[in-house]
Write a protein that binds this ligand. Structure first.
Ligand code: DAH
Length: 364
């Protein structure tokens, strides 16, 4: 056996016996490195006679290849073993019982909005949305509330210091009514939408928070009248409160964007300090409570959106979601809705899987 062959056997044996990655790296430097033994042998080829080189050349090249391959193989094996050991150490027993159960729940406001979407979807309404940062044209002017109108002052509006690209004042929308404008300007009638969302007013006490929630309703079609409005609201409130004895009273009122306008009261009675919706407000022990604003969409609003009011009519309504939630689920302080207190949330919250459906019971 030649010297080269002896070296071949020894080196490959040492590589295969290496027990860690550091040892492999040391062997690589000692053999294939600049001053390594195999590198040294390769250099001797230059000084050999052609016959000697023909004889030794293939052996030395084979040695280099064998050492390179042995190092790569051993390195891969050691790395694989290290990974196996790491995985074994990190093993999770999925059959163990959980230490804690997840505590998340659905906020009553989200739940009520889902309930409303479900009820109105059944009547053919789509859900529309608009931005919370609005311009004063959509929030006021297009809704027939001109600059000088006292209703602007009544809305306690949060304005931004800057104006938008169209030089309109920017504000946090004070109601969901601008979604009426956005919808009429972007969709062809017939239109049937509800628009739930956040609204903002600079106002704060037990029944007012600077941010609260409304749902807007809008129907635009041919030949729409107040009868459609009353039926829709009655059907909605019966489904929402899950009782048939809901009695409504439409009281003449004024909103710039509807003509005629009606405030809708619902009959209720007081029970254990709680308002229970249902029954006729004129009956003994009952009273009327104002619930929402509504009316026939003002011709000027329809025209502002580029539609012909001689062809298209409709009704609209707006209702406070937080108010609806308080009435149905019995909370008495609106501020608690936005405190983020986990005790309140776990008491009034809803399970993530109890999705409201008409068939399963809206609040089941
Ligand atoms: N936007 C009104 C408010 O925030 C509520 C309202 C009243 C909406 C009458 C309507 C409506 O669509 O027809 O006070």
């Amino acid at each position: 056996m030649s010297e080269t062959e002896a070296l071949h056997t020894r080196l490959v044996g040492e590589i295969e016996a290496a027990t860690d990655l550091d040892a492999i790296e040391a062997l690589r430097v000692a053999t294939l490195g600049k001053a390594g033994s195999v590198t040294g042998l390769l250099k001797t080829l230059g000084g050999m006679s052609p016959e000697q080189r023909q004889d030794e050349g293939p052996r030395i090249h084979a040695l280099r290849e064998a050492v390179t391959a042995a190092i790569a193989a051993r390195k891969a094996a050691l790395e694989g073993a290290a990974l196996e050991a790491k995985l074994a150490g990190e093993k999770l027993d999925m059959t163990l019982p959980a230490v804690a159960t997840p505590a998340g729940s659905i906020h009553p406001v989200s739940q009520v909005m889902d309930e409303l979407a479900e009820i109105f979807a059944d009547m053919g309404f789509a859900v529309a949305t608009g931005p919370e940062i609005e311009d004063d044209w959509r929030n006021f002017t297009a809704l027939n509330i001109p600059e000088t109108h006292p209703a602007r002052a009544m809305h306690d509006t949060f304005y931004f210091p800057d104006r938008d690209e169209e030089d309109r004042a920017m504000l946090l929308r004070t109601h969901t009514s601008p979604v009426q404008i956005r919808t009429m300007m972007s969709q062809e009638p017939p239109i049937r939408i509800i628009a739930p969302g956040r609204v903002y007013r600079s106002d704060s006490d037990a029944t007012h928070t600077p941010m609260f929630h409304q749902v807007e309703g809008l129907v635009i079609d041919r030949g729409i009248h107040m009868g459609h409005l009353k039926w829709t609201l009655e059907t909605f409130l019966k489904a929402y409160f899950e009782r048939d004895d809901i009695v409504l009273r439409l009281r003449p009122s004024y909103f710039p964007f509807t003509e005629p306008s009606a405030e809708v009261d619902v009959g209720y009675k007081q029970e254990k300090g709680r308002r229970i919706v249902g029954g006729n407000g004129d009956d003994e022990g009952h009273a009327w409570m104002e619930l929402l604003g509504s009316g026939m969409v003002n011709r000027r609003v329809i025209a502002n959106c580029g539609l012909d009011p001689d062809v298209w009519q409709g009704f609209a309504f707006g209702v406070g979601v937080d108010r609806l939630a308080m009435l149905k689920y019995g909370m008495d302080d609106l501020r608690a809705f936005f405190d983020g207190d986990l005790r309140w949330l776990s008491h009034y919250g809803f399970g993530a899987l109890s999705v409201p459906t008409l068939s399963g019971g809206i609040s089941a």
